[in-house]
Design a protein around this ligand. Structure first.
Ligand code: CUA
Length: 386
């Protein structure tokens, strides 16, 4: 071994170290600096944990990618066949040390990733203390997926003066910053998936089964809720909104208290009541109704429904037609629309709510006059409870 050979080895080693450092720095920059700029905001503590895990994965994956691709490029250039060289390559028969190393490194890496993934998973699923507390009392929040909307039911611990439990409904999900939220997710028909990208959480909604989802909102704002399981023609429209209020007081004044008050002191005019109730059912996922700003396209257009309802099916008055269209939507299909509307049984919409909703739809006429006989409406909605 002479002096020149020794020198070139030192230089080679230097190149390897520099290349290794460059790979690590580029991977680190991609993982730590670039990723948060591509992702939606982190609206929950769970999102921070998931993103932290993702960044570790991306860092390791990036380093492996740049190493493998870098060596590949280097080899392509460095060991290119010289002109006139027709000989075979050098025969190589295994290298025990190398095999040990390339088995041990991935094994240790995968074991490490399993442990940190499991840690994030258990933290995100953990049952919290004081879940869904509003005004010192727990509220049960049920998320219902149906083709093609999400609706949210809040079973409060409050009661009306008659001793009836107060149940709030909304087509957007209201929570407040710092609340320990626990959702019980159900489906009325097929499999859906409740996905909130800003929370980095996704949970299946399965018929006949209740799944759980827990999170702690940390950033006030409005975030899209998406259905992430192909569930039919309206799947792409099956969207809703998560509203994170900045604190419990805002949550109470902007959503909870008015909703409770609405149940304790409903307006006398049934059509006015119905206008409010129908908006808690997320019908806008499928229907168009200009007066409420709905733009859904999966179901029939409801503009002017009062004018048409009495002439759609022979023998059915306007109120009978609309009641049956809600209770048993497959009875009458409007030309051009498939049998996709879920049945609204008494469990989902009781006779009082149904009466108000139909009373409201009956006022969707050219003149604004109701197309319904209110006495008959009162009678058939009670009858529709079966
Ligand atoms: Cu519900 Cu896709």
């Amino acid at each position: 071994m002479n002096h020149g050979e020794n020198n070139s080895r030192t230089i080679n080693l230097l190149y390897v170290v520099i290349a290794g450092l460059v790979i690590l720095i580029v991977s680190l920059v991609v993982a730590v600096w670039a990723t948060p700029r591509v992702f939606p905001q982190q609206a929950s503590a769970e999102a921070q944990r998931v993103d932290g895990l993702f960044q570790v994965l991306l860092f390791i994956g990036g380093a492996v990618f740049f190493l493998v691709e870098g060596l590949l490029l280097y080899s392509v250039i460095r060991f290119r066949r010289k002109p006139g060289d027709e000989g075979d390559g050098i025969p190589v028969h295994g290298n025990k040390m190398l095999e040990w190393v390339w088995t041990a490194i991935p094994a240790i890496t995968v074991a490490f990733l399993s442990i940190i993934s499991y840690n994030v998973w258990t933290q995100n699923q953990a049952v919290r203390e004081n879940e869904n507390i509003v005004n010192g009392l727990p509220v049960e929040i049920v998320v219902t997926g149906a083709r093609f909307n999400w609706s949210f039911t809040y079973n409060t611990a409050l009661e009306t003066p008659d001793g009836e439990p107060i149940v709030l409904r909304s087509n957007v999900l209201h929570v407040y910053q710092g609340q320990n939220v626990h959702l019980q997710i159900e489906s009325n028909d097929v499999n859906h998936a409740f996905w909130v990208p800003a929370l980095r959480l996704k949970q299946d909604a399965l018929p006949g089964y209740t799944t759980d989802l827990r999170f702690e909102p940390i950033l006030p704002g409005e975030y899209p809720i998406v259905c992430a399981e192909l569930c039919g023609v309206g799947h792409g429209n099956m969207r809703s909104l998560l509203i994170v209020h900045p604190d419990e007081e805002t949550y109470l004044s902007a959503f909870f208290d008015p909703a409770v008050d609405f149940i304790l002191n409903p307006p006398d005019d049934p059509a006015l009541l119905g206008a409010s109730i129908i908006q808690t059912y997320a019908c806008q996922g499928c229907h168009t109704l200009d007066t409420l700003g709905w733009t859904g396209t999966t179901g029939p257009i409801l503009n002017g429904i009062g004018d048409r309802a009495g002439t759609q099916v022979a023998g059915y008055t306007a109120e009978e037609y609309i009641v049956e269209s809600i209770r048993l939507p497959q009875s009458f299909l409007v030309t051009g629309y498939g049998p996709v509307m879920p049945q609204f049984t008494h469990e989902q919409m009781d006779s009082e709510q149904l009466q108000a909703v139909v009373a409201y739809l009956c006022t969707q006429t050219n003149t604004g006059e109701s197309a319904c006989d209110m006495e008959n409406l009162a009678a058939i909605t009670v009858e529709s409870d079966g």
